[in-house]
Design a protein around this ligand. Structure first.
Ligand code: HEM
Length: 503
């Protein structure tokens, strides 16, 4: 009896192992090296989700160099994922042959509770994505950003006032908290038209609490997401949803704001106004050439998306840039001087002068090179595609992963890659940057739609801060500590800098 049992178990384990080996042969059969740390059944999921002692970007970096920084194969359980590190191939996938790679990972859910989640731009696919993106793009033009400049500037001034208040107790400021509150206040004002007073009430607003809860990646949510990645069909059959209860709160906020603005003459010029205007245009049959229209549902979904996509990313980028300047006092002084000169010439900071501040732009870019909050960019292949210059064909549904962090720190493209050297982004040096190697906002038609807004928001806060304070590191804490858990690249919660007011 026991012998039979052992034999049956052994046969089952052997068969399962052979099944796993067969599927994990996909890349080697195509001559592509397989990334290290492959596990039977799981593939490389553990290196992306439960990363252990190493950060996700360190696991990715290992694979990047393992593949000779060109191609390297991963498996999410049995799903093939191809890492592409070569800048020419990156450009082919993201720009030239975009029609093969229009989608990101499939995350559309079947549950009715995920209706809002399913309508956000990041999740949409194919023609529906194209239609909604083309409706939303005009909201982010340079002209529209200029219209929002004073709204954002006002919040940057409130950030300075917050820092001054905090300094009364301690000159050591917790920057993640400060920039998180700022970025939330900006996005709630610009997306929902809501004055949350988050900075004034030290983050106690209900709005802040709901956003924190909505963007928190708890173990429960992580497991749900993992389950979704491993068994999407089963999740759909079981109607498992990814929507968090806080979504309902934001839905009501947007719907209420829309109702109250319906007949208002005065316009704030924020995202909600702009989306409502676009909705009106698309209700006019004479103006409508796009078969996708901006419905109330699109407005609600994408207002919530702007919070999700724009809150942590901008706050984290501000933490990184403030830290870089605190570590590099000469660069900080150069930036201060450039800003003082602008104010001498123009009398104040304007949208145009902020755009033209070359060193400010270089400082932001160099920070985004060293610390891209999104360490990968992903695409899903929609029709079979042969990678240019190789015999490797990826099939429809295979995933492509572009290792932004590794490419932006590769010595081949960036001399002294770990050094903070803003000069490399000055106009006179820009032609030395190889195209396809700088991707903090992605690249091509599906890049970050909020890039202009994010840069305006971050540059304004930084400019006001550097004009008013000297930023320095706490002695012994010159190195920035990074949070290596799942999600975006960020500093640890208690990351602080010393602020000294300038005369
Ligand atoms: C420093 C701040 C930010 C960074 C570093 C950042 C980065 C990114 C990256 C890397 C992507 C993926 C691009 C790709 O796949 O090629 C993305 C997409 C996106 N971002 Fe941002 N982002 C930032 C701020 C914002 C803000 C403020 C908003 C909105 C107001 C926003 C809205 C979006 C949206 C909607 C997408 C999806 C675009 C689509 O699928 O068509 N982002 N972002």
């Amino acid at each position: 009896m026991l012998v039979t049992f052992v034999l049956v178990v052994t046969a089952i384990v052997t068969a399962l192992y052979a099944y796993s080996r067969y599927h994990h042969n996909y890349w080697s059969a195509r001559g592509v090296p397989t990334a290290p740390n492959l596990l039977p059944f799981l593939g490389h999921l553990h290196t992306q989700i439960f990363c252990g002692k190493k950060a996700r970007w360190e696991h990715a970096d290992e694979a990047y160099y393992h593949g000779g920084s060109r191609l390297c194969g991963f498996y999410e359980q049995f799903k093939p994922v191809l890492m592409i590190g070569d800048p020419d191939i990156v450009k082919a996938v993201l720009i030239k042959d975009f029609d093969h790679f229009i989608n990101r990972r499939e995350t559309k859910m079947m549950s009715k509770r995920d209706k809002i989640f399913n309508g956000i731009l990041t999740v949409l696919t194919g023609d529906e994505w194209k239609g909604v993106r083309s409706l939303l793009s005009p909201i982010f033009t340079s002209g529209k950003m200029k219209g929002m400049f004073r709204l954002v500037e006002h919040k940057a001034e409130e950030l300075n006032a917050y820092i001054l208040r905090e300094m009364k107790a301690n000159s050591k400021i917790k920057i993640r908290k400060a920039f998180g509150l700022y970025s939330l206040e900006v996005i709630s004002s610009c997306a929902f038209g809501m004055e949350t007073n988050t900075l004034a009430d030290d983050g106690n607003s209900i709005f802040n609490q709901k956003v924190q809860a909505m963007s928190k990646i708890s173990t429960g949510r992580l497991l749900k997401f993992l389950f979704f990645m491993m068994c999407p069909k089963l999740c759909q059959a079981l109607q498992i949803n990814l929507t968090v209860p806080e979504t309902e709160f934001f839905k009501e906020v947007v719907e209420e704001a829309m109702r109250s603005r319906e007949n208002q003459q005065h316009k704030r010029g924020d995202f909600l106004d702009l989306m409502m205007e676009a909705r009106k245009d698309h209700n006019n049959p004479n103006a409508n050439t796009n078969k996708y229209t901006i419905t109330d549902q699109v407005v609600v979904s994408n207002s919530i998306l702007f919070i999700l996509a724009g809150f942590d990313t901008t706050a984290n980028t501000l933490c990184f840039v403030a830290h870089m300047l605190a570590q590099n006092p000469e660069e900080q002084q150069r930036l201060r001087q450039e800003l003082r000169d602008i104010i001498k010439d123009h009398g104040e900071l304007t949208y145009q002068s902020l755009l033209e501040a070359k060193f400010l732009d270089a400082v932001m870019n160099e920070t985004l090179r060293l610390h891209p909050t999104a360490i990968f960019t992903e695409r899903q292949c929609t029709k079979d595609y042969t990678i240019p210059g190789t015999n490797v064909t990826v099939r429809a549904k295979d995933m492509i992963m572009i290792p932004t962090w590794s490419i932006q720190r590769d010595e081949k493209y960036w001399p002294q890659p770990t050094k903070f050297r803003p000069d490399r982004f000055l106009p006179e040096n820009k032609d030395q940057i190889r195209s396809g190697t700088f991707l903090p906002f992605g690249l091509g038609p599906r890049n970050c739609i909020g890039m202009r807004f994010a840069l305006m928001e971050a540059k304004l806060a930084l400019a006001k801060m550097v004009l008013n304070f000297e930023l320095s590191c706490e002695p012994g804490k010159e190195e920035m500590e990074l949070d290596t858990s799942i999600g975006l690249m960020k500093t640890t919660e208690d990351c602080s800098l010393i602020f000294t007011p300038l005369e």
